[in-house]
Design a protein around this ligand. Sequence first.
Ligand code: WTA
Length: 671
Amino acid sequence: MSTDSIDSLLTENRRFAPDPAFVADAVATPELYREAADDRLAFWERQARELVSWHVPFTEVLDWTNAPVARWFGDGRLNVAYNCLDRHVDAGNGDRVAFHWEGEPGDTRTITYAELTAEVKRAANALAALGVGQGDRVAIYLPLVPEAVVAMLAVARLGAVHSVVFGGFSAESIRSRVDDAQAKVVITADGGWRKGRVFPLKPAVDAALAGATSVTDVLVVRRGENEVEWVHGRDHWWHDALDAADPEHEAQGFEAENPLFILYTSGTTGKPKGILHTSGGYLTQVAYTHKNVFDLHPETDVFWCTADVGWITGHSYVVYGPLANGATQVLYEGTPDTPHPGRWWEIVEKYGVSIFYSAPTAIRSAMKLGRQIPQGFDLSSIRLLGSVGEPINPEAWIWYRDIIGAGTAPVEDTWWQTETGAIMIAALPGITTLKPGSAQTALPGIRVDILDENGGRVAPPRGGLLAVTEPWPSMLRGIWGDHARFVETYWSKFSDPDAGRWIYFAGDGAHVDADGDITLLGRVDDVMNVAGHRLSTQEIESALVSHPIVAEAAVVGASDEMSGQAVVAYAIVKERHRAEHSDAEFETVLKQHVASEIGAIARPRQIYFVSELPKTRSGKIMRRLLRDVAEGRPIGDTTTLADPAVMKLIEDLSGSPATTSITTTVPTRKT
Ligand code: WTA
């Protein structure tokens, strides 16, 4: 979307002032903005004291002397799992439902805070019996079953560090994450339910752990009831281990900066980076944002975040934020369209979901299926909607509010990242007049700016690069095992260490309008955003060239009406293999190869076979031009190409922009 068109787009659209009935009862008040503006650190200090229970209270709020590695509430001690469990039981809320869990085949479990606490205690003892203690890493590779949450909290309770690997990732991806973090234990399942059938998980773990690894034990949750191979001595059934474990476990306090988890995310190079989060600051900000952005009334609300715990959204808004706040949630194992396209709406009706948090891709898919599907269910319980993961176009925003939110629910577009740990930019319900398509303003306590290439603040209305100018409690504390990459990726573009100026570069383009409202424009680096999932062009290129037939490959994220972006690849087949198969056969083989190297989410939508790739004289692939071709646009400036004739060849191969099938099948998004 060009930045010039944004102002006209926003003014064309409606604005939505807060409903007076909502304001009367709203959790957030304008006082929050005033308080944070007056004294940011005092503001965070209050949040940390009110939202978190400390084993040993902190006296120091922020230590930034070792920037860009922050220490928040550094001399305090806490147990994150205790904060999510025992304290609610101790406060007399043990009977409150923590999760209404719904399996894809329709089986259900209702789990109260008391039950969840009891299960986590046993799981913590079972892990401790395997030698897991403070600082040890545990990899978790599970479907969206309650045990996924139990496993994360049990690891946290021991002061150990979890690394959740999304259940759709491949054996290769598990292996690289286990190796990088030197995990001691893996928690997996036989299989899980997805799209009406059991998909096996354990074989991927078995393949990942073949050969020497750091892993000594594997705990296996029984879910799919599918046959599994067993490595005696290494593998243990989760239920046996929990049955044998002591039911009592007292949570010990760990220092506020004790690592809580590593979560791998795609960056601009081939190797995913392990984003490190710690305890006290993270818990403070996820609890604060969950309460205020979603207007949480824990006694009456039913919150449903549709994310999998394999992503940061699931960490922060399925596990830590909602449980710290004592919320009642829905957790659903399967896909939105199984066994029928109204499954999500059926679940909303069944459990009376009042706050619903999902991704634009899902909303656009629902829009495409038609309003009659959600309108077949009673969605009157919904009073607030959230969106995350990618820019939400105004059409989808308005449809979401009108059809899912009965035309009255505030729509909270929330911008944040794996690295930021918690929501950073969002309207506050009951306070902000909403603008469809814009994430709007930094939350109280958060300072952001839109900068030009040289680090100067742009004069609104203008586009630029999104930067965070002050440290925040849930900020990443590093990239696991790679401090240099951490500094280089996030802190080298705008910071001036000699002047003590540290500015976080988010990697997103953004536009700021005359009201100071921020609209996100997408990544400015080689990270793609496919259906709200981050993928690196280079990671997929590496997967493609790891196949013996491929000499070279280039990958771009092309605009896609449904998923925001789609993976489009260009590959050069080695001369000696060219006659072996047709392009269509090569395409099938390579799509499958990428899926097995990384995971199905990385499978390219299209692969074009070319004889050369467009490169600059210094040998850098010009992805911008390949994106033009993939999106059916006229080719941009080719003057820096080493050989401009290459683009002509590629263009001819995929048809001229005006007539190509790419143009007709892949309309460019309007926004
Ligand atoms: C994008 C997901 C526009 C952005 C929580 C960011 C968004 C990346 C929004 C992080 C939003 C996330 N509007 N873009 N509301 N939320 N993004 O790490 O490009 O999976 O940098 O974290 O998603 O993706 P991640």
